[in-house]
Design a protein around this ligand. Structure first.
Ligand code: TXA
Ligand code: MG
Length: 382
């Protein structure tokens, strides 16, 4: 996990140095690519610099930030001197760092400003794998706090142009590293409790299945294999709002300025949701506008039978954005936020997203979709 990032061309190096100057000398935030989503970075160990992240995003101050490091030396410089890594963390770091996994550590208040942790006793840390992210941290030679580089409540940016459209005029530099490979934010994990179990506070780029496998395969003989506990969130279920799994989870999130409807097709929907036929669904959508054909953005797997059925209605102006095939949730994850932001830019009246299975990346996908959607409809195909 400690190899040096590769910085190939001198243009890249010049951009990195300029961005680093902004961060370190001017204490200004900079947008940069990571493998998950674009981040809005600032010096993690400087309260004034970090506070600019909150003002730029309009982020509530009780939502703590993730600290990004580029080496294990940098990680250990942030930890309390007497802290010993739990065995589960050794395994998770070995397998998933650098990469889309964030771990909670005890926070040393003499080191980590309280603005970063929002006064939690823990600090969230991750080592990104994107070479530009790691080079920027390494050149700046100090950890960077970075939430996703979007205004609070909006979908996270997965391309430099998403950041530009959202934060233009508010930030001085956006480093363009192309589209993000993972497309959803990191998995946030708490493995600090006495019981040794792993709690998934936010599902993300590293799947629960992959974490379970690593803990199973890596367990030493006779040792108890830690359980992986996931809080599944139901649509319209506000228990999580009363006991948020991460402070950030209680906020409405990922919503473009266009209304988003989640289309339930396979699993049983929450109680109180009545089934509609595809025809009735389309009738209600058409009634949203008068005097012209309704523009509907649709995000669905290419092999969805509901999609084929809906697209057959040519009185609707369809804006289709493909999410790959049902068997490849990692592609759906990569395309979800770009789909929401692309359809929003195209000026659709409403965005409909078809449910995906909650296996593998599907868990994180549905976590984001349920938060983006203002309503859900149960489409009965029978
Ligand atoms: O992939 C990612 O994690 C991206 C890229 C830029 O690295 N960052 C990101 O940051 O998604 P943000 O701020 O959008 O989400 C951070 C999440 C929030 O849900 C926050 O509440 C949680 O991590 N979090 C941060 N510190 C925490 C702590 N000490 N305890 C519990 N949750 C924490
Ligand atoms: Mg975010």
């Amino acid at each position: 996990a400690d190899e040096q990032p590769e910085v190939a061309c001198s243009d890249t190096l010049r951009s990195l140095k300029e961005a680093s100057h902004y961060l370190v000398d001017l204490l200004q935030p900079v947008a940069f690519p990571t493998e998950t989503v674009y981040g809005l970075g600032a010096l993690a160990l400087d309260s004034a610099a970090a506070s600019r992240i909150f003002s730029t995003k309009g982020r509530p101050p009780d939502n703590p930030l993730i600290v990004h490091v580029s080496s294990s030396l940098m990680l250990h410089s942030l930890l309390p001197p007497n802290f010993i890594l739990p065995p589960s963390y050794e395994l998770l770091i070995k397998h998933f760092w650098p990469g889309p996994l964030t771990l909670l550590f005890p926070s040393d208040p003499t080191l980590i400003p309280s603005i970063i942790t929002a006064n939690q006793p823990t600090v969230a840390i991750r080592m990104p794998s994107h070479p530009v992210a790691r080079a920027l941290i390494a050149i700046s030679n100090t950890p960077l706090a970075a939430p996703s580089a979007n205004s609070s409540g909006k979908p996270s940016p997965t391309r430099a142009e998403h950041v530009l459209r959202d934060l233009d005029g508010k930030i001085g530099i956006i480093l363009d590293g192309g589209p993000c490979e993972v497309g959803l934010e990191s998995t946030v994990v708490d493995g600090l409790r006495e019981d040794g179990d792993i709690r998934i506070l936010r599902p993300g780029g590293v799947t629960v299945e992959a974490i379970e496998q690593v803990l199973r395969d890596g367990a030493s003989d006779g040792a108890r294999i830690p359980k992986v506990l996931v809080h599944r969130r139901d649509f319209l279920d506000d228990t999580i709002e009363q006991a948020p799994t991460t402070p950030g989870m209680k906020y409405r999130h990922y919503s473009p300025s266009v209304p988003v409807t989640l289309l339930w097709t396979t699993s049983s929907p929450p109680s109180g949701v009545e089934p509609v036929t595809p025809a009735a669904l389309l009738d209600s959508v058409k009634s949203l506008v008068v005097g012209r054909s309704v523009k509907v953005g649709i995000l669905a797997p290419a092999d969805s039978s509901l999609l084929q059925l809906l697209l057959a209605d040519s009185t609707v102006t369809w804006h289709q954005y493909g999410l790959g095939s049902k068997s490849e949730p990692s592609i759906t994850a990569q395309r979800l936020f770009d789909g929401l932001l692309t359809l929003e830019k195209e000026g659709v009246d409403i965005i409909m997203i078809e449910e995906v299975g909650e296996e593998r990346e599907g868990l994180a996908i549905m976590n984001r979709v349920k938060k983006a959607a203002g309503e859900c409809r149960w489409v009965s195909m029978a």
